[in-house]
Design a protein around this ligand. Structure first.
Ligand SMILES: [Zn+2]
Length: 134
């Protein structure tokens, strides 16, 4: 299946993994992955190593997009509201946005644990999503 974006996530037998980078000098984690410079302004590091990020985290905030976003966003017809969650990763503490899969907005609450999964966007390509923690 076509990926919505290459190099930011991988889907394997044990599940979906986000791919970030870790600075070899100071250990700062970045997502999406970066090359060439460290996002920490106090660090001159230029060597970023690819690293897999936590597959679990807790909802930091969430929203339901009840109206279709403007182009170039590709909207499925009829438009189905999309739930988006900002999730603080278990180990890294950084917040990663993603669509919510198989969880109704009424089921969500800030602080709730979720787990990384994947699913197709409205126009088909596969992307990471946040789902129910197993
Ligand atoms: Zn650094």
């Amino acid at each position: 299946m076509t990926r919505a974006i290459e190099g930011w996530f991988t889907v394997e037998a044990d599940g979906t993994h986000l791919i970030g980078t870790r600075c070899a000098s100071c250990g700062t984690i970045a997502f999406p992955p970066r090359a060439g410079f460290c996002p920490n302004p106090a660090c001159p590091g230029e060597s970023m190593e690819e690293t897999r990020l936590s597959r679990r985290g807790r909802i930091w905030s969430y929203t339901v997009a009840r109206y279709p976003p403007p182009a170039p966003f590709v909207v499925a017809e009829p438009y189905t509201p999309v739930t988006l969650a900002a999730v603080e990763l278990e180990r890294e503490g950084i917040v990663v946005l993603g669509q919510v899969k198989d969880l109704a907005p009424e089921e969500l609450e800030v602080g709730m644990e979720v787990e990384l999964t994947c699913g197709p966007l409205a126009d088909g390509p596969l992307v990471w999503m946040w789902g129910r923690a197993s």
